[in-house]
Write a protein that binds this ligand. Structure first.
Ligand SMILES: Cc1cc2nc3c(=O)[nH]c(=O)nc-3n(C[C@H](O)[C@H](O)[C@H](O)COP(=O)(O)O)c2cc1C
Length: 302
């Protein structure tokens, strides 16, 4: 069952049948040359209303986001010309030139800009259209440093455990090789990073970023991780287009996942899960070359 309603004005409908074709729930049928809503609106995806050339359909959506951006204007309608090579050139260029930023200026990022990024994140697709994201904005460096302290404490403890050879061996024998793997892959660099973090000489965790957005999921998401990653990628590209640098911080996600106290300290409710941590700021460097990528195999199956 759903709490969403679909209103179809039969006087406006000319029976073109587009709503039948786009509805993922196949909730429309044609009767006497007009569309009739006969099924159940399971996703509230709004495709029927968006496709209808005669504006005959309205979908009632719980708490729709007004999508007014605070820091920039969309061209009227905001719709890029479909199939325009200028559009793809801009988009592909943005994607190709985006790099993770690890050198930031001290200039703070306005909260309005961070909120606009979240709005852009929310334009992403989500499994079963659940839109059960959660976004936590940390707009100030001081709070980001508090978060960093909690993450540093987590890794100090993890390194203490990883130093115990008997524990690594014991866990490995019990088919839990993670600690041994961590010791071999990360222990030494994390130890060095922690040392410079404690000395205050080098922020190797957040790279001196001024703000962060934590993207998570609320209960009810059918594909929580994918949803969060897609929203995050939207924000990464938008940040680039807005002149901001950004960097994903997997180390912080891992700490948040394994230590509930960190989540609590950042103000994220226990029922939410965090899947990405994106730090942001105005870049202090400008890359002179786009990303070079290794060839990945492309399989074509007929
Ligand atoms: C899931 C994920 C986690 C990442 N975690 C970190 C991190 O903890 N610290 C960091 O400096 N970079 C992190 N990165 C950034 C990658 O190192 C970076 O994307 C990669 O080297 C490619 O460089 P580019 O983003 O400049 O193209 C992460 C990237 C991804 C996708």
């Amino acid at each position: 069952m759903t709490d969403r309603s679909v209103y179809l004005d039969p006087a406006l409908c000319d029976g073109c049948g587009l709503c039948l074709k786009v509805c993922p729930a196949r909730a429309f049928s044609l009767e006497e040359g007009r569309a009739v809503f006969t099924g159940e609106c399971t996703l509230a995806c709004d495709h029927c209303a968006a496709a209808c050339p005669r504006q005959a359909i309205e979908v009632e959506i719980d708490k729709p986001e007004p999508f007014a951006f605070e820091t920039f204007f969309l061209v009227p309608g905001g719709r890029p010309e479909a199939g325009s090579s200028a559009g793809i050139s801009q988009l592909a260029g943005l994607m190709r030139w985006r790099r993770s930023c690890r050198v930031y200026r001290e200039k703070p990022v306005p909260l309005a800009l961070l909120k606009d990024l979240v709005r852009i994140g929310m334009t992403a697709p989500s499994g079963t259209n659940s839109q059960a994201w959660s976004f936590t904005i940390i707009p100030e460096r001081e709070k980001l440093l508090d978060f960093g302290q909690a993450v540093a404490r987590f890794y100090e403890e993890l390194n203490r455990l990883a130093e115990k050879a008997w524990l690594r061996r014991g866990l490995k024998l019990c088919r839990r090789p993670e600690l041994d793997l961590y010791y071999r892959e990360y222990y030494a660099s994390v130890k060095e990073g922690l040392r410079s973090w404690r000395e205050g000489s080098d922020d190797r965790l957040f790279h001196g970023a001024r703000a962060a957005i934590l993207v998570g999921s609320r209960p009810g998401a059918s594909c929580p991780v994918e949803d969060a990653v897609l929203a995050t990628q939207n924000m990464i590209l938008a940040a680039e287009a807005l002149g901001l640098g950004s960097c994903l911080i997997g180390f912080a996600v891992e700490a948040l996942r394994r230590d509930k106290k960190i989540k609590q300290a950042v103000g994220v409710p226990p029922r939410e899960k965090i899947h990405t941590v994106l730090v942001l700021g105005y870049p202090a460097i400008s890359f002179q070359r786009p990303a070079a990528r290794r060839q990945a195999p492309i399989r074509v199956v007929y």
